[in-house]
Design a protein. Structure first.
Length: 303
């Protein structure tokens, strides 16, 4: 982009177009006239040597080049904005919306205390929970569609940060009258014999969240039913001979509300670690740091 005279408005128009996919709406978002937005977009196209947006019906669809530039441009604008504004974060007056990606059981366990903390310290801050998809949450963080993700650790792309929320043992969960229920601890042979209920957060896979840990320990077994919904699981377990491998926090929650019992797994299995994950674009933001601290604090009460 060395051939483009530096003009912040060009980047702002690009970012608005990525969000709105329409020149008129992008101009309105930036309080510009439609001709001014069109002129800025044309300058970008000439300078970059790419159409950036092409018409598809009523929308302007980004090209591959525009998609590749999106995260970088947004990060530049956000970081520049933070440097220029230099406003201290005041939780009492902030009306920010925090977007968190997590599975339903994490929301169930953590949200009450987290919201109670915000109610006292940041009463106008809003929280929006998004369903977690393990296949694309890193791209969502980079694109600014999510602020945080709460998840078990996976290999992270460059530019992502993490902090431990909690750790717990993995256990087996079955109905109280299951043939295994009389045991205190199940064996690898038990897990091979009895079909398993798996919860998966990968849209293109039936692999469960903990399957890589189980496979390393020779405890994978056979998955007979896969669902993305944790709270569909207890009713299935209570009425079948399925076995579910879950974290201890989840097991305590589900067994307190359904006729289920918890069994220990064979020794030597690593403990399950849950993390909060965020992008470099918000790493130094005082508001985001304040929220991160509150999320970690709310998770401590689970241990």
């Amino acid at each position: 982009m060395n051939s483009i005279p530096f003009d912040l408005n060009l980047l702002r128009v690009f970012d608005a177009m990525m969000l709105e996919r329409n020149v008129t709406r992008a101009a309105q978002r930036l309080h510009l006239s439609q001709p001014a937005a069109s002129h800025a977009l044309e300058r970008l196209r000439k300078g970059i040597g790419d159409p950036l947006f092409v018409r598809s019906g009523r929308e302007m669809v980004p090209t591959a080049k525009a998609t590749a530039l999106e995260a970088t441009v947004r990060l530049m604008l956000e970081q520049l904005g933070m440097v220029l504004e230099q406003k201290p974060f005041d939780p009492l007056t902030s009306d920010a919306t925090i977007r968190i990606g997590c599975v339903d059981v994490v929301e169930y366990l953590m949200a009450p205390l987290f919201i109670a903390m915000l109610g006292k310290e940041a009463p106008n801050v809003k929280v929006a929970i998004n369903s977690l998809d393990a296949t694309n949450f890193q791209q969502q963080l980079a694109a600014g569609k999510l602020d945080f993700v709460a998840s078990v650790m996976v290999p992270l792309a460059p530019g992502l940060h993490s902090r431990k929320l909690t750790e717990q043992s993995l256990v087996a969960l079955v109905r109280k009258r299951h043939p295994l229920a009389a045991k205190e601890r199940v064996t690898a042979q038990d897990l091979q014999r009895w079909p398993r209920l798996v919860t998966s957060v990968q849209s293109d896979s039936n692999e469960g969240m903990y399957d890589h840990l189980l496979a390393k320990a020779g405890l994978a077994g056979k998955a007979a039913f896969t669902t993305p919904h944790f709270f569909a699981a207890p009713n299935l377990l209570a009425n079948t001979d399925l076995v579910m491998i879950v974290g201890g926090h989840t097991a305590r929650l589900l067994s307190s509300k359904f006729p289920l019992t918890t069994l220990q797994l064979p020794p030597g299995l690593p403990r399950l670690m849950a993390y909060i994950i965020w992008h470099e674009r918000t790493h130094r933001d005082p508001a985001q740091k304040w929220i991160r601290d509150r999320l970690v604090e709310s998770a401590r009460y689970l241990d």
